[in-house]
Design a protein around this ligand. Structure first.
Ligand code: ZN
Length: 465
């Protein structure tokens, strides 16, 4: 396998129902299975179309993104009439009365509630902070089991009518999808691996805060469920995700069992689901829910404020991992409430409880055993202005003890494939190729895309130090 450092990955569309769940449904009984297969196909086609539109700069939606001057929400809800064409026919504009169509009115009200949390509590005027119009399309497709944010608008399916009801029914789902827009306009967390799971988690955090704020509900009184109103009667489950108790949201013959881990000991290593973004988001979700319930009172005031500070503070990098994010929340809590405050302590304890060591420079414990020291490593450095390659082939056992252990962990981890997937060739820059047959690893990463500690490791290994 070659994880290919040459092409940038397609920018995935953030969606509320993870692909693994749809794939599971696709193997169950008709007509649910057929709806699931159709949703998967449409999601795939949609992502492809979007990638093409982005690449060519073709936008058809831009005229609808006009910025209103006043600090009030500006909403427009369209109806796709069960077709798959966006945006569909406009059915409710800002200020217009309720239509009587539940999906239209829930989307309109949900957009309003989301706008209100961001404005009232955090002083943010819409997704982009400058009054961006909130666009939504309802009745998308037939039996469509999903809701997603496509970078411009929120799109809601009606559900299949047996497992999933209409996707506008859960206010937290609406808040979740619009928050993907906020993330895109702020930290722009890369939608894969740990940064992708943080992107998902932040969408759940503010999604659930929209619901709690709207209900005037304290952290202690909240259910901390995402998508609780989507599941129809008969489904063995309470929601799509539980932030306080990840892994317990459902256990149903048709849906399978909620696969979310509730701490780093259960961290899921996978190439599925953009590197497990909907699985591992359970870990930071629980850190937030624990911090908020420990601190007490309304979650949007303290823990939510700290998360918002980090999201918009400019220090959160697009490729941040859990440990870096955790450290930023602790620093932000200390800055806002004091280093010895109950808020800072509650947040620190939340991360500790889920096994994330704030600010540690180590990568995830992959759960896999370290690679055997008899494994053969081939490290090649190519490119560079002079174009002279260097390489070293060695058994891990031949390396100095400290670097040997680092290599053993690195080859077992998914860090290199992830860096390779996000890396692109740079003029005159070195490129490192790492090959290890024992773990079927063969990747190429441009030197500027490598963290400093890996550059140093590679240099020492090449020079035989
Ligand atoms: Zn999402």
């Amino acid at each position: 396998m070659h994880a290919g450092g040459m092409t940038r990955p397609r920018r995935p569309v953030a969606q509320i129902v993870p692909p693994y769940l749809l794939r599971h449904l696709a193997t169950t009984t008709e007509p649910i299975a057929e709806f699931a297969r159709a949703t998967l196909t449409r999601d795939h086609r949609y992502r492809h179309n979007r990638a093409t539109a982005t690449a060519t700069g073709a936008g058809g939606h831009r005229s609808a993104m006009a910025t209103p001057a006043a600090e009030a929400p500006s909403r427009r809800i369209s109806d796709a009439a069960n077709a798959q064409h966006l945006p569909g026919r406009t059915v409710r504009d800002e200020g217009a009365p309720a239509t009587g169509d539940a999906a239209v009115d829930e989307a309109y009200d949900g957009f309003g509630a989301t706008w209100k949390l961001y404005k009232d509590v955090y002083g943010r005027n819409s997704i982009d902070g400058s009054g961006l119009r909130l666009l939504g399309t309802v009745h998308y497709g037939e039996g469509y089991q999903n809701a997603f944010w496509n970078g411009t608008r929120m799109v809601f399916g009606d559900g299949d009518g047996e497992i999933f009801g209409r996707f506008t029914a859960s206010l937290d789902v609406i808040g979740h999808e619009l928050t993907h827009g906020v993330v895109e306009h702020t930290a722009a967390l890369t939608y894969s691996g740990q940064s992708g799971a943080l992107n998902e988690s932040i969408a759940d955090v503010f999604g659930v805060l929209v619901k709690q704020y709207s209900l005037g509900q304290d952290a202690a009184a909240a259910d901390w469920l995402i998508g609780g109103d989507l599941l129809l009667p008969g489904v063995k489950g309470v929601a799509l995700r539980s932030m306080l108790h990840p892994g317990t949201a459902y256990d149903d013959p048709r849906l399978g069992k909620d696969p979310q881990p509730d701490s780093m000991s259960g961290y899921v290593e996978t190439t599925d689901d953009n590197g497990g973004v909907h699985y591992n988001s359970g870990i930071p979700n629980r850190a937030f829910a624990l911090a908020a319930t420990t601190i007490g009172g309304p979650a949007w005031e303290k823990a939510g404020r700290v998360w918002y500070d980090v999201l918009t503070g400019g220090k959160l990098k697009a490729g941040a991992d859990f440990a870096a994010f955790a450290q930023l929340t602790i620093t932000a809590a200390a800055a806002r409430f004091g280093a010895d405050s109950p808020e800072a302590a509650g947040i620190r304890d939340g991360w500790t409880a889920v096994g994330v060591s704030a600010g540690s420079t180590t990568t995830v414990p992959s759960g896999k055993p370290p690679v055997d020291t008899e494994a053969e490593l081939l490290l090649r450095r190519t490119g560079g202005f002079a174009g002279i390659p260097r390489q070293r082939q060695a058994k891990l056992a031949e390396l100095p003890a400290r670097d040997r252990r680092t290599w053993q962990g690195l080859l077992a981890d998914d860090l290199l494939p992830r860096l390779a997937a996000e890396s692109s060739p740079r003029p005159d820059a070195f490129a490192y190729c790492v090959t290890c047959i024992a773990v079927e690893l063969d990747v190429e990463v441009a030197e500027p895309d490598l963290p400093l500690r890996l550059r140093r490791l590679f240099e020492r290994t090449l020079s035989g130090q």
